[in-house]
Design a protein around this ligand. Structure first.
Ligand code: BGC
Length: 932
């Protein structure tokens, strides 16, 4: 881009690029400014929103013309035009001006409104005729006792005229996969996504203009169980949300060129049947009989649909190979009581595919494939085998020493897919309503040796956009960062889950909050967490207790439930930490406003039960510093540590509330929470702090909490940090933190002046350490430090996941302190930020890029001998406080010149080994001296 150019780019609405069918009536618009010129700033903008693209091009913002607004704001601009209505198509662009008077107009973008009123829905909820499903379930019962048989639905319809626009809205109790005239509608998987279905059910909107044609058309739908009625968590029975059957709701609206509108919705004119998927469940896997495929079921037949009286159904089901052509009318069923809401986050998709790195025959006919990467998703199978061949795929994260699959840690999740071949050529198949967490696949059932290409790994996740990238001179650290990224990919599936493989896969709140900063550096998770925070709030009790996992599950028969679980320190507190972090990272004030009542209710509840300021009364669990070392014995059950942890979190909740209250102008609340913080921190000090910065519970996490949450008198902080270092030293420079402490460990050591200790912990690779799993081949973050150890092999399989991101929260530190890309303590959203890397002799270079709401920040330092070179990029329309690592008294240069001469750089002072500058946007290269 030429140095003088100015661009407005990356237009988004409610964090999403061209979202369809939103139901936010005051959506927020954002863009980025791009320019290569140092110091480039936006001084004004003008947003136009128009009902057609022609109007927009003509400069006619009939929905909204913001007029020229003098402002440098480019994010969260609240739409201020005429009220938005169902189905509105909103074409928009933005014009910007920089401080030199130059102006630029963005390319046009668009968002559409969904169905905002209940009465917009003409479609009815339908379900399959029980008889059809039951027959199939009975027929296959001996093989598959546990999962539901997905129903197929179909409806033929005619379009008389040319289609101008066709939009499809769909929801389900269960999961839908939609087809139009033989083609898949959208790329979404597992829609609608997981919510507490008693509180809200998502619908999705698709533009299907290109999938429908004048003449006969067919819409088809397959309906699976998913979170609604399959196995969720460790429950013993299916269906955590009650007794209602799976249901489908689809509405297609077609606008013809001549202006006529057609609406077609699900109702009893739709027909239903079963198909080749005999059972499918998240935990158990899928059973697919390709001989039952009925080609063209989702295409126009030209014949009447209900060709057979009921009596003939039996026959069709007894001859599955025929692929039953017999369709019965669908039944209309009760609509859910909960409102239908538009999904507001990135859908789940197959985002990448992975070819195996090896294939091994371990016994005759038993082939083990290694993907070289622990993933979440499934296998795309490619086989050529005689009709009726039963190919079985089992999945595991690790292998036993004898080369067989290690599946004990999956607990009740069977994670087994079965495919019965139809024969007659190469067959390619992927399952529909299941997913597994695995690196290894066992393939059996083929008579001849399969090729390596029989198996391809399909990675399935919420399709959040990549944000950051980290690399340095240490291969192990790079793999560690990548392992965190993979665990994020593998676990951000509709909600932030703990693990993707065993019978759990729940939205554990503690895990999510400790990893959130890391997650936000890795990917743009704003929309994802905005959605999940609604699940969190939906799960809050009337008393104000936040849950330990969200979405909430409903207690049922035989369900070892989570319904009563809530209020755990460090877990339930995510109800405050997550909005706080989304505000800090993305500058999102609305998230605070929307969840303010819920957050205040939570703190009121804690205070009601703990009036003296010590949080010793908990409801349900206190997991303490979960999976710390020595784990599972002392500290998990050690109540002083738990009380300390709980009280510390309470104090920090209150401190965060003070800042957030001020941000949204709730001054009275700010005062109240300030008093609360004072009371709780005083109680903390009285109970847990002794002279000279000693904390009564001698654990690393106890010190970390006291330091991180500002619970020590100022004059004790340095001593407390020394005690922390002594503790680490006493363990021969090893960490001992669990989920809670680990995210604070290296950041707090660094901020307290012990970056050398942080690096020392980072770079060691003996047990327990971050690099120990890496050294032993980990491709994701393990749930526990001792998931596998050299002497003892696998830990107890009852709780031994190899894909839990919590202990990977050190990713935050890699970005914040190694690369030095840090939030400004006083300014949310990275429009103003801090660059301050901590250099260590352990690394020769470190490089990170991070895409913020305002564009990409880059920091890249490298050492050669005593010379340090540091390249940084500060996006247009942002500024940074830049701390240049440099020996006091030596020369610092910028692009070869004395730093003082650099334009757009103002030196404001020195703090020890940092020269502090204020910098405008631009690319800078510093040179300085550095020695360890
Ligand atoms: C989950 C964790 C979770 C924990 C609560 C476990 O079963 O896998 O990740 O945070 O329970 O202590």
């Amino acid at each position: 881009m030429p140095a003088s150019a100015l661009r407005a780019n990356h237009l988004r609405c409610e964090y999403l690029v061209t979202p369809l069918g939103i139901d936010e009536c005051a959506p927020r618009l954002s863009w980025t400014i791009e320019s290569n010129r140092r110091g480039a700033r936006q001084v004004a903008y003008r947003v136009l929103v128009a009902s057609t693209s022609a109007r927009l091009t003509a400069g006619n913002g009939d929905f909204w013309d913001s007029g020229r607004v003098e402002s440098n704001q480019t994010t969260h601009i609240v739409y201020g035009g005429r009220s938005l209505r169902s189905r509105d198509v909103c074409h928009w662009h933005v014009q910007v001006w920089d401080e030199t008077g130059k102006t630029a107009r963005s390319k046009p973008s668009v968002w559409t409104m969904g169905l905002l009123k209940k009465s917009d829905w003409r479609a009815r909820w339908i379900a399959a005729d029980r008889e059809i499903i039951q027959r199939d379930e009975d027929a296959i019962a001996p093989t598959l006792t546990e999962s539901g048989t997905p129903a197929h639905f179909r409806r033929e319809f005619k379009i008389a005229g040319t289609v101008k626009r066709a939009t499809l809205y769909a929801s389900a109790r269960g999961l839908f996969e939609l087809r139009l005239n033989g083609r898949r509608v959208g790329e979404d998987i597992f829609a609608p996504e997981w919510t507490d279905y008693d509180k809200r059910v998502h619908y999705r909107t698709y533009d299907v203009t290109r999938l429908v044609f004048p003449g006969n058309n067919v819409i088809g739908a397959i309906l699976g169980d998913g979170w609604w009625s399959g196995y969720v968590g460790w429950q013993e029975t299916r269906g955590p949300y009650g007794s209602l059957e799976n249901g489908l709701l689809v509405q297609i609206e077609i606008e013809l060129a001549k202006g006529k509108r057609l609406t077609l919705g699900t109702d009893k004119t739709w027909t239903c049947n079963t198909g080749p998927i005999l059972s499918s469940d998240f935990m158990m896997g899928e059973f697919y009989d390709a001989r039952r495929e009925s080609r063209g079921w989702d295409k126009p037949s030209g014949k009447s649909e209900i060709r057979n009286p009921k009596s003939e159904i039996e026959q069709s089901l007894l001859t599955p190979a025929a692929g039953s052509p017999f369709w019965l009318p669908a039944c209309e069923v009760t609509a859910p009581r909960a409102p239908l809401v538009a999904q507001r986050s990135e859908p789940v998709r197959v985002t990448e595919t992975i070819a195996p790195v090896s294939m091994n025959q371990i016994h005759p006919g038993v082939f083990i494939y290694d993907l070289g990467q622990n993933i979440t998703g499934w296998v795309r199978l490619r086989v050529k085998a005689p009709r009726g061949t039963r190919v079985q795929l089992r999945h595991a994260e690790r292998l036993n020493p004898d080369g067989t699959l290690y599946t004990e840690n999956l607990r009740r999740a069977k994670a087994t897919d079965v495919y019965l071949c139809k024969g007659g050529g190469t067959e390619v198949w992927e399952p529909h309503f299941t997913f597994h967490g695995f690196q290894y696949v066992e393939l059996t059932g083929l008579l001849s040796k399969p090729g390596k290409d029989a198996v391809t790994g399909c990675v399935v996740r919420s399709a959040t956009a990549p944000a950051g990238c980290f690399g340095c001179s240490h291969a192990g650290v790079n793999r560690l960062w990548l392992n965190g990224l993979w665990s994020q990919r593998d676990n951000f599936l509709s909600v932030p889950t703990d693990c993707p493989q065993r019978d759990e896969r729940l939205g554990w709140m503690g895990d999510a909050q400790v990893f959130l900063r890391t997650a936000s550096y890795n990917m743009d998770v704003a929309a994802f967490f905005t959605k999940w925070l609604q699940d969190v709030e939906d799960a809050q009790t009337a008393d104000g207790i936040f849950p330990d996992t969200a979405p909430r599950l409903r207690e049922g028969k035989n369900f070892v439930g989570l319904d009563g679980l809530g209020g755990a320190a460090g877990w339930a507190d995510a109800g405050i930490i997550v909005p706080w972090t989304i505000w800090r990272v993305y500058g999102d004030k609305r998230i605070i406003e929307r969840h303010w009542p819920a957050m205040t209710k939570w703190l009121d509840w804690i205070e009601r039960y703990n009036p003296d300021g010590l949080r010793t009364r908990e409801l349900g669990n206190n997991y303490g510093d979960w999976l710390c070392i020595p784990s599972d014995t002392t500290f998990r059950t050690h109540s002083p540590m738990k009380n300390l942890l709980a009280t510390a979190y309470w104090a920090d909740d209150a401190a965060k509330m003070v800042r957030m209250a001020r941000e949204i102008g709730q001054q009275t609340d700010a005062k109240r929470f300030e008093a609360m913080f004072k009371k709780v921190s005083a109680a903390f000090q009285k109970e847990f702090v002794r002279e000279a910065g000693r904390v009564t519970v001698e654990t690393q996490t106890a010190y970390l909490l006291a330091l991180a949450f500002n619970l020590l008198p100022e004059n004790m902080r340095a001593r407390a940090a020394e005690h922390l270092v002594e503790n680490i030293k006493a363990l021969d420079w090893h960490l001992s933190t669990g989920f809670i402490g680990v995210s604070l460990l290296n950041p707090q050591l660094t901020l307290a002046g012990h970056a050398d200790v942080a690096y020392r912990l980072l770079l060691r690779d003996d047990y327990p350490s971050w690099l120990y799993p890496v050294k032993h081949g980990a491709t994701t973050i393990w749930e526990r430090w001792n998931g596998w150890t050299k002497g003892n092999g696998f830990f107890n399989p009852q709780m031994n996941s190899f894909n839990h991101y919590s202990l990977g929260s050190v990713g935050e530190w890699l970005f914040r302190h190694v690369a030095g890309i840090e939030l400004d303590p006083d300014a949310p959203g990275f429009q103003r930020f801090v660059l301050r890397p901590f250099i260590s002799s352990g690394l020769n270079f470190a490089r990170a890029s991070y895409r913020t709401m305002h564009g990409e920040i880059v920091s890249h330092w490298k050492r050669s001998g005593k010379k340090l070179t540091w390249n940084i990029c500060i996006p247009a329309n942002t500024t940074a406080r830049v701390s240049v690592p440099s020996e006091p008294g030596t020369k610092v240069t910028e692009s070869g010149m004395p730093v003082e001469r650099a334009k757009e750089l103002r030196i404001v002072g020195r703090e020890g080994r940092f020269l502090i500058c204020e910098a405008g946007s631009g690319i800078y290269t510093f040179g300085s001296n550095w020695q360890d």
